[in-house]
Design a protein around this ligand. Sequence first.
Ligand SMILES: *[C@@H]1O[C@H](CO)[C@@H](O)[C@H](O)[C@H]1NC(C)=O
Ligand SMILES: *[C@@H]1O[C@H](CO)[C@@H](O)[C@H](O)[C@H]1NC(C)=O
Ligand SMILES: *[C@@H]1O[C@H](CO)[C@@H](O)[C@H](O)[C@H]1NC(C)=O
Ligand SMILES: *[C@@H]1O[C@H](CO)[C@@H](O)[C@H](O)[C@H]1NC(C)=O
Ligand SMILES: *[C@@H]1O[C@H](CO)[C@@H](O)[C@H](O)[C@H]1NC(C)=O
Ligand SMILES: *[C@@H]1O[C@H](CO)[C@@H](O)[C@H](O)[C@H]1NC(C)=O
Ligand SMILES: *[C@@H]1O[C@H](CO)[C@@H](O)[C@H](O)[C@H]1NC(C)=O
Ligand SMILES: *[C@@H]1O[C@H](CO)[C@@H](O)[C@H](O)[C@H]1NC(C)=O
Ligand SMILES: *[C@@H]1O[C@H](CO)[C@@H](O)[C@H](O)[C@H]1NC(C)=O
Ligand SMILES: *[C@@H]1O[C@H](CO)[C@@H](O)[C@H](O)[C@H]1NC(C)=O
Length: 881
Amino acid sequence: MLPYLLHSRNWKYLCYGVNHIGGWVAPQGFSKMQSLRMLGLYQNNLSASIDSLRGLCELKNLRQLDLGGNNLGSYSSALTGLCELKNLRVLYLDGNNLDGRALPLCLSNLSKLETLWLSSNDLGSYSSALTGLCGLSALKSLYLSSNHFDDSSLPMCMGNFSLLENLDLSGNNLSGHFGNSISGLKRLHGLYLGSNQLTDDGISPWMSNLTSLTSLSLGYNKLKGSDTMRGLCGLSALKSLYLYDNHLSSLPMCMGNFSLLEELDLSQNNLSGLFDSAVPGLKQLRMLNLDSNHLTDDGISPWISNLTSLAYLYLGNNTLKGFDPIRGFCKLRDLEELDIQGNSFECNLHPCFENTQLEVETEFPKWSPTFQLYQLLLNNCILNKRSNNQVPSFISTQHRLETLNLGHTFLQGTIPSWLLYNVTVEYLILRGNSLEGPFPMSTEQNMSKLYELDISDNNICGLLPPNIDTHFPNLILLNMSTNQFQGAIPLSLGKLQYLKILDLSENKLSEKIPQSLTRNNTSLKFLKLSNNKLQGSILSKCSNMSELVVLLLDNNEFTGTITSFMLSSPSLIILDMRENYLSGSIPNWLGSIVNLAYLFLGRNFFYGYIPTELCQLQNLHILDLSSNKISGSIPSCLGNISSWMTRIPIQIDRSLGPQFESIFSVGKYSSVDQTYTKVKTNLTTKGTMRTYEGLPFSLITGIDLSMNQLIDSIPFELGNLKELHFLNLSHNIMSGFFPESFKNLENIESLDLSHNKLIGMIPPQIVQLHLISTFSVAFNNLSGAIPYEKQFSTFNESCYTGNHDLCGQPLPRNCSSNNQSQTQDGKGEEEDNNSGILDHPMFFYLLVAISYALGFWSFIALLCNKNRRQKLFRIVDRFYD
Ligand SMILES: *[C@@H]1O[C@H](CO)[C@@H](O)[C@H](O)[C@H]1NC(C)=O
Ligand SMILES: *[C@@H]1O[C@H](CO)[C@@H](O)[C@H](O)[C@H]1NC(C)=O
Ligand SMILES: *[C@@H]1O[C@H](CO)[C@@H](O)[C@H](O)[C@H]1NC(C)=O
Ligand SMILES: *[C@@H]1O[C@H](CO)[C@@H](O)[C@H](O)[C@H]1NC(C)=O
Ligand SMILES: *[C@@H]1O[C@H](CO)[C@@H](O)[C@H](O)[C@H]1NC(C)=O
Ligand SMILES: *[C@@H]1O[C@H](CO)[C@@H](O)[C@H](O)[C@H]1NC(C)=O
Ligand SMILES: *[C@@H]1O[C@H](CO)[C@@H](O)[C@H](O)[C@H]1NC(C)=O
Ligand SMILES: *[C@@H]1O[C@H](CO)[C@@H](O)[C@H](O)[C@H]1NC(C)=O
Ligand SMILES: *[C@@H]1O[C@H](CO)[C@@H](O)[C@H](O)[C@H]1NC(C)=O
Ligand SMILES: *[C@@H]1O[C@H](CO)[C@@H](O)[C@H](O)[C@H]1NC(C)=O
């Protein structure tokens, strides 16, 4: 195909995006395409075949050239060819790792260049070499975001771009003092300064000169006071003003000057209201975002209904209480999106500023809004307390509604049939209410538009709808977990062509999994049927779920062996079959599911050896084979699994991100679960818990082989596993020594070797395991002195009991006996002699108390920091956008 393209002289446009075709263009090829006007070579690994770029100078007619994302930084000499392209209007060089020296001086020859993209480079380094830019007098748009600029490294000649209309400097390190250099740009419409270090001072005098600005972005900076805004007062042409994520606590009188303002984003500040005087002027306002401030009812009540052009209104996560939507929103005829959600759960522990006390009454008196919404978010408010907590009836008059979130709004009664079958909603969330009765069925052929339906955590009972595929054919996500559904899973669920995420866990479903659900061409990625009473063999032989990433079937009544169906799921990362009646041996083909990271087979009736093929699972994070009848010895090759030796984060399908958070919350039965809980808590105190997209799980690692019939000694190779967080080998019949190599388990938090037949002493070096918080060697045949130091002095008698020849603290048995000096060469005595303040019990308790307190408060601090992280993600997202 390519040779053909290269010889067709008439091509005016040729675009090769994201192909990794580095090297396709021969220099002579360009000379044959002289009439080409646009050439797109975005993300093509051009640095790999840099010579091909040299022919670019032949394309004299080129108007637009995209060389973005090609890592040309080290090959910038190839860019000199660009200077010949005298007709170029638009040039993309973003994402190329360029520093200041990389842009050739002759670039200033491009006298017609109007748009230049240089974002995401490193032009802040060697910026004094950037003089090539200064001659570009025709520039209208210049994008310099994410370039590590500070006020002094920004090129001072920007004032020469007298035609400049758009300037993007976001994501740098600017405080604002560079501003005088651009304050003369009389045509500037758009100025983007988000994600910098701007201060009130920094932007103060100069910004007010930019009177032609229509769009100003100052989000995620360090702006504080109304002084800031005073500097902005002159900008009366503004249409969009973004001030989200600063520290603003008040707004100035001059807000009313912005009579053309259409978008105002003040989210994530410290505002409590105080707008009254400004409001009459904002006649054009269509978008007002006040999410995550400290607004009170009084702060918004009288004036908000005067903003009659509003279409998008966001008031979520404030301290509203009894705000009356009937009066508040009565004149807002154009409203399309309304968000007054609270964001509850983190506030159970701490008085965060959120709308969780907000009572919204829509029935009494009846609310008949004049607007037609696309989006309505009322989650975590208290809905219709005075009218039986019913679903607001006005929703049935909203004929454009697409997204409706009524999660955790204290709703009661049955789900109204019209809510499912007679509205336009695509995303419907009714999670966490007290809705009861059966799932409403429809006899008519009404086809719903729903993509996502979440009715989880209610008391819905009866059968699952038998003809779900005819009524809800578009479903991608279906969550009916934590209800009282019973009976079989209907065949029709398997006919939902687009279903990717299905959660039916925590119900009373019985019988077999229908074959249709696991059939040949299913698009299921996430299947959770945990905590039901499902029976039969675990999945039929003809199951073929080629997209599957997560399969959770734990706590059911499945019997039989595991068939090799999973071999057809190469993307499988999590497999949980705990607490069933499965038997047979652990299949050795499991070793060929290379992505498998979590394998839970505990609490079944598996027998036989641990297959060495499991050691091929180099991504394994957790292996749970506990409470089975597994015999033989532990394969020493488990000590070679890379994700237990070095930190390897799991690559998770982004579309599944948030679903991962719920996975490990079962936690009711097995001992392993308790360990997760512990690990999770620890992660919380370190600041990673509740982050997005399953991050915490990508860090948890552990092995649980407890309650089996394993014999022989513990392989010393397990000591290689520096990244292991927990290891449980208790309740087996293992003999031999406590491996000295365990001193290398740097990250171990829980180590349980109890109820075995270990002999010899506890290696004193293990006291260097400073993260350990759970430890037991009880009921073995160990002897000698207990290393009672550091973290190990926190473990009490029960961790050592049942070993006849162990001695020293915390056991009452003293080490001075003959027995002791034989095995320990008197070492125990030495340690006793050296004992000082560190061994004093009071000191220890003090330490525990202090660390507990510290941990606890950092936990609280973290919870209330959610917005900050959201913010961070927003920023990062924005950069990638
Ligand atoms: C880019 O090219 C180099 C050299 O040919 C090659 O090693 C590398 O894998 C390529 N990268 C991509 C993303 O294709
Ligand atoms: C391009 O610019 C350089 C100096 O930057 C100059 O010497 C050269 O003559 C220019 N080339 C053309 C074709 O104008
Ligand atoms: C920038 O403008 C100044 C005058 O405002 C002029 O002296 C200087 O030569 C210009 N720089 C370039 C590189 O064009
Ligand atoms: C709202 O508008 C009405 C008339 O348009 C005016 O009388 C009233 O003072 C305004 N209220 C506020 C709080 O601005
Ligand atoms: C369904 O919606 C239509 C139009 O909105 C309405 O006329 C009809 O009464 C609704 N039916 C039910 C059962 O709510
Ligand atoms: C089904 O749709 C028709 C027409 O839109 C409507 O009249 C009827 O009420 C709907 N049925 C239900 C149960 O909502
Ligand atoms: C699954 O699909 C493959 C190819 O598309 C086909 O050969 C096979 O017979 C199918 N299996 C079943 C059980 O339908
Ligand atoms: C499984 O399904 C995929 C996609 O539908 C198909 O390509 C593959 O041949 C099937 N495998 C088997 C063993 O049927
Ligand atoms: C899946 O396969 C069945 C038959 O095996 C077929 O009827 C159905 O259309 C297929 N669905 C998709 C999405 O390919
Ligand atoms: C389904 O809902 C339950 C309860 O609300 C929740 O814990 C779980 O994370 C949800 N599952 C998915 C896949 O979203």
